[in-house]
Design a protein. Structure first.
Length: 109
């Protein structure tokens, strides 16, 4: 039986939350702003959009922490610095998000 939140909804795993956020990036990615005029999002904006859908701050912060760890493994101090670097591509962002999701899945999260 799946765990339920306080509203009686099935809890979303952190890895699933990140994968949902990846969908926002796949639809349209941007640099230099959380959300641009066309609705494209940066990595942080994708997390924020997913939090609005899921309404679960704990999963949002767990996802953000997992992404920060993966970004730091690549030598960046912050998600924003990696996302906004002139050499970073949309695929780079999706790759780091996928790596974070896989790490969480290995832990059952």
């Amino acid at each position: 039986m799946s765990a339920m939140d306080s509203r009686g909804r099935e809890k979303v795993k952190t890895s699933e939350f990140i994968r949902e956020a990846m969908g926002h990036v796949e639809k349209g990615w941007c640099k230099g702003t959380t959300v641009d005029d066309s609705g494209n999002v940066c990595m942080g904006g994708a997390l924020a959009n997913t939090m609005i859908t899921e309404l679960d701050n704990r999963v949002y912060y767990a996802a953000k922490f997992a992404l920060m760890n993966k970004v730091r493994e690549l030598g960046w101090q912050y998600i924003t610095l990696m996302n906004d670097d002139p050499l970073t591509t949309k695929q780079d962002v999706l790759n780091v998000m996928e790596k974070a999701a896989l790490s969480l899945e290995e832990k059952g999260e």
